[in-house]
Design a protein around this ligand. Structure first.
Ligand SMILES: Cc1cc2nc3c(=O)[nH]c(=O)nc-3n(C[C@H](O)[C@H](O)[C@H](O)COP(=O)(O)OP(=O)(O)OC[C@H]3O[C@@H](n4cnc5c(N)ncnc54)[C@H](O)[C@@H]3O)c2cc1C
Length: 379
């Protein structure tokens, strides 16, 4: 019997493997992963420095244990380099071939790399997996001044963690305020102020210049003329879905691997799940949508096709110096109403023309209002 094959051992790949096991899926299962196959909770990567956690502290299970528990075969340190969708065949980087009955691409996303110039550009780090985190932690041993390029969700979370671990942090980016793609200015400025109060320096609305090596580390001169000196530079300018394998294999890709609401790609019997997938036109690189996807896809793979249906999914931002929960409105037709103070916390509600709640942002001590707001959301 040909197995169901899952490519990727992130929260999507392992989540699906667990769901198939829980549903007593009768088909054999094979999971192939390019990394070591350790299971870990990726959001912890940007909130574990201050807790002094090493990469191995973040590992919840090793691949061998998971294979036993999930009654599956797991190939680690093995990259799938091509898919033959007609013959249901996979080609691996070790020269082997494997067959599948149904294939799931859970290949995740990669950090966007800015086209930086200067002799230090190649040494700018980004953290998107356990190995990156281990390297980051090793380099931090001798680093006190940290520059972060990218004041978005992940950059702000790393800034928060680095401040709490006693580093001098400078955050640089073209964005007008922190986390500007997810929260309105009033909320972003509250986060900015909370970190500035702990010594962080923000250089917003200014582009980065070349990264030059200096005798003591790195220096970058910004468009506003300021030169930032740092012992370590972290880039956190966003992620891009991993689409290379899919596009090389003839599958339709756009911002992600294009799927319908059943997570089926442009090829029958091939599905995509997690950060790599663009589901019905939406890319949602967060944990909750992929967990919803694993449940629907497990049913589909077992012969009971089920569409993914997303409820309103607020995003929690782990800036513990000033925490944020946001449900960005899906419409521009409406207005924000704010209460509270930037120091204690902001409650922002986005109301449509007929005064219906269509989104919100809560910061600081107002995050406790989430449950009430979720209950009053317009259907
Ligand atoms: C620092 C950070 C903080 C975050 N914080 C939050 C948060 O607070 N809340 C939230 O909801 N989300 C958060 N996210 C996003 C969330 O972690 C991701 O949406 C989720 O982990 C993605 O899981 P995934 O399985 O789709 O991808 P990944 O974890 O990227 O896994 C992809 C897997 O595919 C494998 N792979 C890729 N290509 C191949 C190939 N060709 N052959 C074999 N294997 C391959 C890789 O080795 C890897 O095992 C955060 C992300 C980061 C980076």
């Amino acid at each position: 019997m040909k197995p169901i094959v899952i490519i990727g051992s992130g929260l999507a790949g392992y989540g699906l493997l667990r769901e198939l096991k829980n549903r007593q899926c009768p088909s054999p299962r094979l999971l192939i992963t390019a990394d070591g196959g350790e299971s870990y909770y990726k959001p912890n990567l940007s909130s574990s420095l201050a807790k002094k956690k090493s990469a191995s502290d973040l590992v919840m299970s090793q691949a061998t244990t998971i294979a036993q528990e999930m009654s599956a075969e797991i190939l680690t340190h093995t990259r799938v380099v091509a898919v033959d969708a007609t013959q249901h065949k996979l080609f691996l980087n070790n020269g082997q071939e494997r067959v599948y009955s149904q294939l799931v691409l859970a290949v995740g996303s990669n950090p966007i790399r800015l086209p930086l110039t200067g002799d230090g550009a190649g040494e700018v780090l980004s953290v998107n997996n356990l190995d990156d985190y281990a390297l980051f932690q090793k380099k931090l041993v001798h680093a006190q001044r940290i520059a972060i390029i990218g004041p978005g969700l992940i950059g702000s979370e790393f800034a928060n963690d680095l401040i709490l671990s006693g580093r001098q942090v400078t955050i640089i980016g073209p964005d007008p305020w922190p986390i500007s793609t997810l929260v309105p200015q009033t909320a972003g400025l509250a986060v900015q102020q909370a970190m500035a109060d702990k010594g962080a320096i923000w250089h917003l609305e200014t582009f980065n210049g070349p990264i030059e090596k200096t005798s003591s580390g790195y220096a970058t001169t910004l468009k506003n003329g300021v030169t930032v000196a740092a012992d370590l530079i972290l880039s956190a300018v966003g992620i891009r879905a991993e689409t290379q394998l899919a596009s090389q294999s003839g599958l339709k890709t756009n911002r992600g691997i294009v799927t319908d609401a059943f997570l089926q790609t442009s090829s029958p019997n091939i599905f995509a799940l997690g950060d790599c997938a663009e589901v019905d036109g939406r890319s949602l690189p967060f944990v909750q949508p992929l967990m919803i996807g694993t449940r629907a896809l497990a049913a589909t793979l077992m012969g009971q096709p089920q569409k993914v249906q997303y409820p309103p999914m607020p995003v929690q931002i782990k800036t513990t110096l000033h925490p944020v929960i946001t449900l960005p409105p899906q419409t521009k037709e409406g207005r924000w109403i704010f209460e509270g103070t930037p120091t204690a916390g902001i409650s922002g509600k986005f109301l449509t023309g007929d005064d219906k709640l269509a989104g919100f942002v809560l910061t600081g001590d107002r995050i406790a209002e989430k449950t009430t707001l979720m209950e009053t959301l317009a259907p």
